[in-house]
Each structure stands twice: as C-alpha cells, then as structure tokens.
Design a protein around this ligand. Structure first.
Ligand SMILES: Nc1ncnc2c1ncn2[C@@H]1O[C@H](COP(=O)(O)OP(=O)(O)O)[C@@H](O)[C@H]1O
Ligand SMILES: Cc1cn([C@H]2C[C@H](O)[C@@H](COP(=O)(O)O)O2)c(=O)[nH]c1=O
Length: 195
C-alpha cells in the first residue's frame, strides 16, 4: 500500500473477463502501457503460480508484453503508485494467495488507486471462478471479451480442456485448452495425461 494517499476520491475498479484467447492480457497490457506513457506510476502484477512465458513479464499471444511482479500476496506498493494492473486473477486464491484478494483490492480502491484486473470468468467446466464473479459484481466498468471458437471460428465464450488431467487450476496454452462457442463446447475427454 502506498505510504501517501493517491487521491481524495475512491479509485475505479475495471474488470476484464472472457475465455482463454479472448485478448484479455492484450487489453490489460495496452492499458498499462498507455498509462505508463502518460507518466502515471503503475504496478503490474501476475500470480507467481503462472509460470508460462518469460519471468517478470505479462505477455499476450498477440506479441505484446510488459514488465511485472509475480506475486502470491498483495505487495508493498511504493508511493506514488496510482494504478495497479493484475493479470490472471483467477489464480489468486487458495494456496496461491496469502490473504484475500478482494479485501486487498478494496483497500487499494479506498486509498484512491485505480485497479484493472483481468481473468477467466469460467473454468473448463463452465463454472464461474468465484473471485472473478465477485470482482465483476463490484466493478465500476466490466469488459467481457469473446475469443474465436477453435472449431468453427464463431464467437466463443467458453474454454474447453482437451483432456482431463484432474486439475482445475493448470497453467497451459493451446496444447491443453481451446476456445469454444456454445455449439462446440464439451467436457474434456477421459484421462489422457500429457497428450
Ligand atoms: N481462438 C482464438 N480466438 C481469438 N484470438 C486468438 C485465438 N487463438 C489465438 N488468438 C490470438 O490471441 C490473441 C489474444 O491473446 P491473449 O491476449 O493472450 O488472450 P487472453 O489473455 O484472453 O488469453 C489474439 O489477438 C489473437 O492474435
Ligand atoms: C479454463 C482454465 C484455464 N486455466 C489456466 C490456463 C492458462 O494458464 C490460464 C488462462 O490464461 P489466458 O491468459 O486466459 O489464456 O488459466 C486453468 O487453470 N483452469 C481452467 O479451467
């Protein structure tokens, strides 16, 4: 938390949700870069649990990236941090996060910081990630993005897992997951570890 208040008014919470491949990270990176170019002091966070890609970077499949801190708890944000960007927030629960992300974000908002969070709205069973549903309910602005269905190219609002590995939280890319439309979403095929 900054040692001095960022502003007299409460900050704004913006939430970006959607399935995998929808451009959530791309949008978060674009907003963070824009704020940085405008001279705002920003902090970019991602879960330490997400070990995909280069360390210390939030990156999008569109090739864009930005430096970040990998966290398992709310970090000490040095003044004059004004904006906090958090990617892959669906991971910041349970054993992957010491504390309560919602309470930590609320405290940051109360201190006048703006917070932008992106994450999956639903898991591969189409069940909401509770932390993202809670954040979306509290958001001042909520952007819901769609991907293109890997089967037919139509707008896709679900993520399907190609094989059941028994883990609800499992870092992966298109070797394990696909974006799917209503017509093509399915539960994963039976155990098929590593294929
Ligand atoms: N099925 C797909 N639907 C949409 N974009 C896709 C798909 N597969 C790959 N892409 C690429 O992924 C980019 C978005 O990636 P990314 O920002 O990492 O999304 P997210 O963070 O939502 O998973 C798109 O701009 C596009 O270039
Ligand atoms: C659907 C689903 C996904 N995950 C994992 C897979 C990826 O590592 C991230 C999502 O990344 P993206 O930037 O949105 O592409 O989440 C998971 O652990 N459980 C799931 O149900």
């Amino acid at each position: 938390m900054p040692t001095e208040p960022a502003g007299a008014t409460r900050g704004r919470l913006t939430v970006i949700t959607g399935p995998m491949f929808a451009g959530k990270s791309a949008r978060l990176i674009a907003e963070a870069r824009k704020a940085g170019h405008e001279g705002m002091a920003i902090a970019v966070l991602k879960p330490a649990f997400d070990d995909r890609g280069a360390r210390g970077l939030v990156s999008s499949r569109d090739g864009s990236s930005i430096g970040c801190e990998s966290v398992g708890a709310w970090p000490d944000l040095a003044w004059p941090t004004r904006l906090v960007f958090i990617d892959e927030a669906q991971f910041l629960t349970g054993a992957n996060y010491r504390g309560d992300l919602i309470a930590d974000i609320e405290r940051a908002l109360d201190a006048g910081l703006d917070v932008m969070v992106s994450g999956l709205d639903t898991d591969y069973h189409r069940t909401p990630f509770a932390v993202m549903a809670e954040l979306a309910a509290r958001a001042d602005a909520h952007l819901h993005l769609a991907a293109r269905c890997h089967r037919c190219g139509q707008p896709a609002r679900w993520t399907a897992k190609r094989a059941e590995t028994g883990r609800l939280l499992e870092v992966g890319d298109d070797e394990l997951y696909e974006a799917r439309c209503d017509m093509h979403w399915t539960e994963p095929s039976a155990a098929c570890h590593g294929q």
